[in-house]
Each structure stands twice: as structure tokens, then as C-alpha cells.
Design a protein. Structure first.
Length: 82
């Protein structure tokens, strides 16, 4: 799992908090503050906004979608995480 983010981004912070709360290990790629220089994010998601979370074939680009994915995939109510 890879999270593309910048330090000052409030939505990135929300995703990091969710990952921590669920105890999920992930790799973080800190990208440039400049959208023009966010080449890694563009290659992965075809856009330059963060956060972007990838896991296997999943590429999530919207914070609500990322949080929902994490809850559904790793949340306490998910039998896989028990």
C-alpha cells in the first residue's frame, strides 16, 4: 500500500490518521507542493491531487473513497481483519 501525500494537506492527515487507527502499515511518497512537479502521482492516478492511495490494482484518489475503502477492507467489522 502506498500513500502519495504532502505534509500540509488536511485530507492527507485524515488518511494517515485512519491508517494509524486501523494499524495498517504503508509506504508514503511525499510529493512536491507544486502540482506541476507531481510526476509520480500523475503516473499512478492520471491527476495531480493528493492524497492518492494505491494497493494492488486499487487506485483511490478521493479522500471519502479512501476512508471508505480502508473501513470496508480493514475495519473491525471486516472478518479479514479479525
Amino acid at each position: 500500500m502506498i500513500l502519495y501525500s504532502v505534509d500540509w494537506c488536511p485530507e492527507c492527515i485524515l488518511v494517515k490518521r485512519k491508517l494509524a487507527a486501523l494499524g495498517i502499515a504503508y509506504d508514503e511518497v511525499k510529493v512536491s507542493d507544486s502540482h506541476v512537479e507531481r510526476i509520480q502521482v500523475k503516473k499512478v492516478s492520471n491527476q495531480t491531487y493528493v492524497p492518492v492511495l494505491t494497493e494492488g490494482e486499487a487506485i483511490l484518489t478521493e479522500t471519502p473513497d479512501i476512508l471508505d475503502y480502508l473501513d470496508k477492507t480493514y475495519g473491525k467489522s471486516n472478518p479479514v481483519s479479525s
